[in-house]
Design a protein around this ligand. Structure first.
Ligand code: NAP
Ligand code: G4F
Length: 365
């Protein structure tokens, strides 16, 4: 049987890397849309796709979700069996600074994919997965959030993704396209972008554990998220497109933790505990940790001190916040046989182990 052909936009991102690895292991020919940048940005993709046979089956194409001609020509030439539209300006906070660009990529970018499939005459062949998000629920109307929960996005990111969500449903209803939304709750990994809160915290805790970083500045410690592992979530994306009909699915763990708990879990990994003092912008997290020695010094990890390791900065608050997210993924578990394999504790431990290893390797150099 001929290998299936997948086209992944956002292939250089966290999910793009995990999904490429999954599909290559399943024997797919994988085509990825990659932005041109002044430096290589394929590190996580290459680290996760180390299978030598992947070389021939992984093909990267320069492109951009904002370029209709480019998106159309690639889809017409590749004639994929499956498209995973993961490309996005994916940072909620940044979307307040770049709302128009965010809408171009996240809303119109989705429309460009759907319309390209339609115009290329591939509606009967190509299945489309859209990376929808729990940010659609925003100011949540009910707890937990299900496929039927009304939406109330709270950022330009969420508003743009809502357009993409409905565009998928519209192409499904208008042209009988196999197009599905995965409404994924937050998912993280060692390969998470460095400005998302999980990775920011685990990288900081690793730096602090080796006396190389003094503290970390954070925003809303009381925001609550339903955090899962990206590896488990890309498996759900694939299952959504293998289902016998196009439908929309919530993908979540059903367990919620605050940013504060995330910080506590990360510092637990390095053998210390956080004591919170003060309130609001004056709140701080204090812990006994190796003395801060600044960059360059060879750290003496036995020389410890009690100091402030977490401070609050107004810079990391958003004009409108999504305070709480908690998903109910019963539908995906029942219809797709999808299940969570990684707990929150295991996720944080895996990220911490990875970030500590990176620091150790840097110190050896
Ligand atoms: P990510 O790490 O930020 O990756 C985003 C990808 O999109 C990167 O490859 C990026 O390329 C690419 N991209 C950005 N702008 C583009 C453009 N104009 N044209 C082409 N490519 C562009 O995000 P992720 O965590 O993997 O998330 C994947 C998708 O799922 C996104 O659509 C995100 O909004 C959505 N989502 C994520 C989560 C989550 O918790 N991770 C939850 C729900 C939904 P560069 O490498 O060049 O920047
Ligand atoms: O890690 P975050 O930036 O992720 P956020 O905003 O929940 O968005 C992520 O998940 C969405 C799914 O729900 C995706 F659609 C989206 O693409 C992205 O992957 O922030 C999580 C929470 C927020 O409430 C934020 O206010 O952490 C809070 N937070 C507190 N201090 C911080 C910080 N967030 C960041 N990025 N940096 C901080 O210093």
């Amino acid at each position: 049987m001929k290998n299936k052909i997948a086209f992944i936009t956002g292939v250089t991102g966290q999910d793009g890397a995990y999904l490429s690895s999954l599909l290559l292991n399943k024997g797919y020919e994988v085509h990825g849309l990659m932005r041109r940048s002044s430096q290589f940005n394929t590190a996580r993709l290459l680290e996760l796709c180390q299978d030598p046979s992947a070389d021939e089956r992984l093909q990267l194409h320069y492109g951009d979700s904002t370029d209709s001609m480019n998106v159309f020509s690639l889809i017409e030439a590749i004639r994929p069996d499956e498209i995973y539209n993961l490309a996005a300006q994916s940072h909620v906070s940044v979307s307040f600074e770049m709302p128009v660009y965010t809408a171009d990529v996240n809303a119109l970018g989705t429309l460009r994919i759907l319309e390209a499939v339609h115009r290329a005459g591939l509606t009967g062949r190509t299945r489309v997965y859209q990376a929808s998000t729990s940010e659609l629920f925003g100011k949540v109307a009910e707890v937990p959030q299900k496929e039927t929960t009304p939406f109330h996005p709270r950022s330009p990111y969420g508003v743009a993704k809502l357009f993409g969500y409905w565009a998928v449903i519209n192409y499904r209803e208008s042209y009988q396209m196999f197009a599905s939304n995965g409404i994924l709750f937050n998912h993280e990994s060692p390969y998470r972008g460095e400005t998302f809160v999980t990775k920011k915290v685990t990288q900081a805790a690793a730096g602090i554990a080796y006396g190389l970083q003094e503290k970390v500045l954070l925003g809303n410690l009381d925001a609550k998220r339903d955090w899962g592992h990206a590896r488990d979530y890309v498996e759900a994306m694939w299952r959504i497109l293998q289902f016998d009909r196009p439908e929309d699915f919530i993908i979540a763990t059903g367990e919620q933790h605050s940013v504060r708990e995330l910080v506590e879990e990360a510092f637990r990994f390095i053998g210390t505990s956080i004591r919170w003092e003060g309130t609001g912008l004056n709140e701080v997290g204090i812990a006994r940790v190796p003395r801060y020695q600044g960059g360059g010094a060879i750290p003496d990890r036995t020389d410890t001190e009690e100091r402030v390791v977490v401070e609050i900065s107004p810079e990391f608050f958003r004009p409108a916040e999504v305070e709480t997210l908690l998903g109910d993924s019963s539908k995906a578990r029942q219809l797709l046989g999808w299940e969570i394999k990684t707990t929150f504790q295991d996720l944080v431990r895996e990220m911490m182990a990875y970030d500590c290893r990176v620091v150790e390797e840097a110190l050896k150099r």
